[in-house]
Design a protein around this ligand. Structure first.
Ligand SMILES: Nc1nc2c(ncn2[C@@H]2O[C@H](COP(=O)(O)OP(=O)(O)OP(=O)(O)O)[C@@H](O)[C@H]2O)c(=O)[nH]1
Ligand SMILES: [Mg+2]
Length: 678
């Protein structure tokens, strides 16, 4: 495991640097174990979780297979070569442009019938291919047996069975890659006459060469795939003749061609699967076969747990229990209370920092430089202390809880549970995943909005992520600060919840378009693996630090320059007005200034002010609410610009900034007028 910990966290943003090595590309449906196999073979790490849509961008790494070095590439899951969502589009465009040594098509063996259409499409695309029957453990548990040799014969490509999570079969996969030799494989699918002749006609019109076969490109064109059209326009093909073939074909079918192709392909899949796959019938409890009985019991237990999690009457209390123990007790109580108190108060406050200040001052006698490194807002005394003593334990604790929840497969169940409520806000249950991920890091979560179907849903989700979802660090600090009174915590959660629902509801009324439909594959509930939870937590914290620490240091440097030039005082004075509007002392302005860098930096400032006795309890609740609703951090803003465009991102910011203070004002007014005691 520790060799894994040394791996670098893989690129979430696409980079197109060519390594010059031959490529092995992992493709397949979502949630089938591609990233597990990627992590096994490559020197990079891609996040593994138990829900569809974990990987949303290409990940690359290098790996040795039978002594030879390759570039290994992990792609986002896709259901078919015709993409619907953006992360599927990422995979499709990669297929268009790559010439790999081999593609590994990873499938979930227990669902072979549903996965094989993509295999047939890849065979039609005439790409070098190995089929990996993964999750053989779960297939066996469900009584599914697959005759691998027969399947290999039928398909004409190598077929390897694996249980990647246990490392089983990966050595045979390695051998199969080493021995792989490209060969012509017969196409397995023959469509009805109208479609076959259209494919032939379009193929004969295509002059250039592409990463996929002309037959496949013709099919994509028949299904009106946007990128396929862009490709043929780029290559100066005879687009108008191709379009007229498509129109003619469309006229001769009553159903959309996409549907016709899918249905016709499935009959070929069934013909292949029927003789190679068998399922031992579930036996009743009277059976003498103990193995079958335990299999049946396990299956029915799983179904029972599933219905408990999804049913509102039982599901909602369970959700609250998870929030109570996972967030309130563990992150808020243990990490923010015990661990941070010790690290920030005792270790850094009483031991490390006084020593650092003294040593630094004795070595560097210049007050200006001393101020930069060990002053009140210094790089070492503030940036590093905040990052290590305050944020690190909170983020770490949060990510541990979060990784466990992810790996159980709870999130898709949560998506089903609150799909109806989300529909009222113009989103579907699918948006639950980016929203929940937002509590980890809203920057990552904004990228995950790629998995959503409609533009409207993506805008609403990104908006709510920027507005009302506190990230782990901020949430941890706020839980820590407000844990003095459950009433305070309740008011904070209530106001943020109401704002979230209200703005979501309002956006769904203002933005044109229908509510999206909800479709999500339900992965089985699984027991989390400690090694995956630890590696994932470590890798996310590493990512977080790379993002956070430089920003904190930049903030310290800018504040230092600001103080030298007097700009800092000016900015603080400027912020002292909105700070006073919401009932805070004028010094509260500093905190909002920090908040511009990152909201958690601001929250950390709040923590300090409270400890210094500068704030009342009501001040604290109001400030926590305002900071939660405050501007998204710089990194999140940049990702929002990238995913949604500058105009939408600026529009969001223009709304969020004043509305945060407006809500703060109202809450302060109500609490002080009512004379609420916390
Ligand atoms: N039981 C079992 N679980 C597996 C196996 N391989 C992967 N998993 C689990 O399946 C889930 C999905 O694994 P990933 O590697 O994230 O799947 P992926 O194909 O990369 O998924 P996306 O990124 O969503 O496309 C995780 O919970 C893994 O632990 C296996 O062989 N057996
Ligand atoms: Mg993945």
């Amino acid at each position: 495991m520790f060799t894994k910990l040394k791996k670098k966290r893989c690129c979430d943003l696409e980079d197109n640097a060519e390594s010059g090595l031959e490529k092995i590309i992992l493709v397949g449906n979502p949630n089938v174990g591609k990233s597990v196999i990627f992590n096994h073979f490559s020197d990079s790490y891609a996040i593994v979780s138990n829900y569809p849509g974990t990987t949303v961008a290409i990940s690359k790494g290098k790996g040795k297979i039978a002594g030879k070095e390759y570039e290994i590439i992990d792609t986002p899951g896709m259901y078919s070569l015709l993409p619907i969502t953006e992360e599927e589009r990422v995979s499709q465009s990669y297929l268009f442009d790559s010439k790999p040594f081999v593609y590994l098509h990873v499938v979930d063996a227990k669902n072979l019938q549903r996965m094989l259409p993509l295999t047939l499409q890849l065979i039609e695309a005439e790409v070098p291919l190995i089929l990996v029957l993964n999750m053989m453990d779960e297939a066996a548990e469900r009584g599914v047996e697959i005759n691998e040799a027969k399947l290999q014969n039928e398909l004409g490509i190598p077929v390897i069975r694996t249980t990647s999570i246990k490392g089983e079969g990966l050595d045979r996969l390695e051998n199969a890659i080493a021995d792989y030799d490209i060969q012509n494989v017969d196409n397995k699918v023959k469509y009805s006459r109208g479609i076959e002749s259209a494919i032939e006609e379009i193929s004969s019109l295509l002059r250039s060469e592409y990463g996929i076969s002309k037959r496949t490109l013709a099919q994509l064109l028949l299904q009106n795939d946007r990128v396929a059209f862009e490709k043929i326009v780029q290559n100066n093909e005879d687009v108008s003749s191709i379009k007229s073939v498509i129109e003619e074909t469309e006229k001769s079918y009553t159903d959309p061609l996409n549907y016709v192709l899918t249905i016709e392909r499935q009959t070929f899949v069934n013909d292949i699967v029927d003789p190679v796959m068998s399922t031992t019938k579930k036996t009743d409890t009277l059976t003498k076969n103990t193995e079958d009985t335990s299999r049946t019991t396990r299956a029915s237990l799983r179904e029972r747990i599933d219905s408990i999690l999804i049913h509102p009457v039982t599901g909602i209390p369970i959700l609250f229990l998870i929030l109570y123990f996972g967030l309130y007790k563990f992150v808020g109580g243990f990490a923010a209370g015990t661990v941070v108190d010790y690290l920030e108060g005792t270790l850094f406050g009483e031991q490390i920092n006084p020593w650092v200040i003294e040593s630094f001052n004795s070595i560097v006698p210049y007050p200006v430089i001393q101020d930069l490194f060990v002053g009140e807002y210094g790089i070492l005394t503030q940036a590093v202390t905040y990052a290590i003593a305050l944020i690190m334990p909170l983020v770490g604790a949060f990510f541990i809880v979060f990784s466990i929840i992810e790996d159980t497969g709870y999130l898709p169940r949560l998506a089903m549970l609150i799909d109806r409520a989300f529909k009222k806000m113009g989103m579907s249950g699918r948006a639950v995943i980016p929203m929940v991920l937002g509590f980890g890091c809203a920057t990552m979560a904004t990228m995950v909005t790629r998995t959503l179907e409609t533009k409207r849903e993506k805008i609403i989700t990104s908006m709510l992520l920027s507005l009302a979802i506190p990230c782990s660090a901020q949430l941890g600090v706020i839980l820590g600060i407000l844990s003095f009174s459950s009433k305070a915590l309740f008011i904070w959660a209530f106001v943020i919840g109401v704002e979230l629902v209200f703005i979501g509801f309002l956006s769904s009324k203002v933005l044109p378009g229908k509510s999206p439909s909800f479709f999500m594959e339900m992965p089985p509930l699984r027991l989390p693996k400690a090694s995956n939870v630890l590696i994932k937590t470590y890798s996310r914290m590493q990512w977080y630090f790379l993002e956070v620490l430089p920003l904190f240091v930049i903030a310290s440097v800018l504040i230092w320059i600001g103080r030298l030039t007097g700009l800092f005082e000016l900015a603080v004075r400027l912020f002292s007005y909105p700070s006073q509007w919401i009932g805070l002392p004028a010094e509260g302005g500093v905190m909002f200034l920090y908040g511009f860098f990152r909201r958690d930096f601001g929250a950390a400032g709040l923590f300090d002010m409270y400890n210094a006795g500068m704030l009342t309890e009501i001040n604290l609740v109001v400030a926590a609410i305002t900071l939660t609703l405050f501007m998204p951090c710089i990194a999140q803003f940049m990702v929002t610009v990238k995913e949604r465009g500058l105009k939408i991102a600026l529009g969001m910011a223009a709304f969020i900034f004043p509305s945060a203070f407006a809500v703060g004002y109202v809450v302060n007014y109500v609490l002080t007028t009512l004379g609420v005691v916390l």
